[in-house]
Design a protein around this ligand. Structure first.
Ligand SMILES: *Cc1c(COP(=O)(O)O)cnc(C)c1O
Ligand SMILES: [Zn+2]
Length: 421
């Protein structure tokens, strides 16, 4: 027996890859990695801090054809692919010449995240949250959701063999409700809007010790998943940063993390740290960040959402102030567009590029158009629009606007009449 009677029993050390601590975004106070989301000193939001080592383009390029190629830049276990999870990411980045012409942008690309396992970018953040939650000792995957997150959580839990508990506002689109329920977890429709559901989830997270609410108690890890959009855009452009990027804003997390990703790539020497501008896109019916931007304030006043862009309908966006910081620091802007402009833009995108996006994609394309017209987006800069979800989820948005050109009997003459009419 050793005489070291004072040494503590060996505990399993946490393996969250390059993640080293949680750091407060407001006061910089650091705490050890844990399932915490608020700073114990000032209640500011906590964010993952890293010590990166051995990250090279070659290693990334030799990795899996999914977000896991960037595991050495994420708060996930070193051998993350040994555990059951989804494999989102490495969605296509397409050159969009016809849409570019329609919008007046010379070199335009679309990051098409409709191609993820549950057809939105939320698969990225959920896959990272699940990997971290497993390492942190959780056994249930949960979330409050405006829809896409519900789909992603239910699917990832099913694949990992975890129980899921998903809370949604009961007024959600049918497609998003069914597309969550089909994966077999617990789905609870709440009589309230998203902000009510989010409050309920925060109360539950304090009571249910085994539940990882991906966007509440493990939010710092979850949020890092959005960085993969930034890494992919840079890699797919040939390891360089775009001149400007337009990103839809709900809580604002995605926008701030794409900026964080571009910054990391520059600091690590994986890309030239060339200047880039970040633009946010909101629907006018839920545009608290665009309003604060236009008014020149730092204060994001909560609103009651009223828009067809339900996936972006967060009236009290947690990362709103950080979105304002990011767009002001990079000389970008936050725009907002009406529901009618969203529906037009969904059709414009489909008709020019063959991509059917959900309402959030319509918001992004319509805001890009508005930002070019107002002279804020530079028509000569390399521009990327993030198309974050699939149109099949929000068919209602276009239901009254598109349909058959004609209905005919089985007669070639009638078809000809329809063709000439
Ligand atoms: C959630 C969501 C967003 C925005 O995400 P935040 O990080 O909360 O701003 C954008 N597009 C789609 C389709 C979404 O589901
Ligand atoms: Zn703090």
């Amino acid at each position: 027996m050793s005489s070291a009677v004072t040494s503590a029993a060996p505990t399993k050390t946490l393996d969250l890859g390059p993640a080293r601590a949680l750091s407060c975004r407001e006061c910089g106070h650091q705490i050890p990695l844990a399932a915490e989301f608020a700073c114990p000193e000032c209640f500011g939001p906590l964010e993952v801090a890293y010590d990166f080592a051995g990250v090279t383009r070659e290693r990334i390029e030799a990795g899996p054809k999914s977000i896991w190629r960037y595991a050495s830049l994420l708060p996930v276990p070193t051998n993350v692919t040994e555990h059951p999870n989804t494999e989102p990411g490495l969605t296509r980045l397409v050159r969009a010449e016809k849409l570019g012409k329609a919008l007046g942008i010379k070199r335009l690309w679309l990051k098409d995240d409709t191609g993820n396992p549950t057809h939105s970018f939320k698969d990225r953040v959920v896959a990272v949250a699940l990997a971290a939650a497993r390492e942190l000792g959780f056994t249930v995957l949960a979330c409050p959701s405006t829809g896409n997150l519900a789909n992603a959580v239910a699917a990832a839990a099913a694949r990992a063999g975890w129980r899921s508990v998903v809370l949604i506002p009961k007024s959600l689109e049918q497609a998003k409700i069914q597309m969550t329920a089909v994966y077999g977890g617990t789905l609870i429709a709440v009589d309230g809007n998203y902000d009510d559901v989010n409050r309920l989830a925060t109360e539950l997270a304090a009571e249910e010790e085994d539940w990882a609410f991906v966007n509440v108690n493990v939010r710092p890890y979850y949020a890092e998943g959005s960085k993969t959009l930034g890494y992919e855009v840079a890699e797919q452009l040939g390891w360089r940063l775009p001149g400007q990027v337009v990103i839809p804003v709900a809580s604002g997390s995605q926008l701030t993390k794409v900026d964080k990703a571009f910054g990391e790539l520059g600091k690590l020497g994986l890309v030239e740290p060339t200047p880039y501008r970040v633009f946010g896109a909101q629907a006018t019916g839920c545009s608290p960040v665009a309003t604060a931007f236009a008014e020149g304030t730092d204060v994001v006043r909560p609103v009651r959402p009223d828009t067809i862009a339900r996936s972006l309908a967060i009236g009290n966006p947690a990362d709103g102030p950080y979105v304002l910081d990011t767009v002001r620091r990079t000389n970008g802007a936050v725009a907002d567009v009406s529901d009618a402009e969203v529906v037009d833009a969904i059709q414009l995108l489909a008709r020019t590029e063959g991509i059917f996006a959900e309402t959030a994609g319509g918001v992004t394309v319509a805001c890009a158009r508005k930002l070019v017209e107002s002279g804020q987006l530079d028509p000569d800069a390399d521009t990327v629009l993030l198309i974050t979800g699939d149109g099949l989820k929000t068919l209602d948005a276009v239901a009254g606007h598109v349909g058959p050109t004609a209905t005919v009997s089985t007669s070639t003459a009638e078809v000809r009449r329809a063709l000439s009419g």
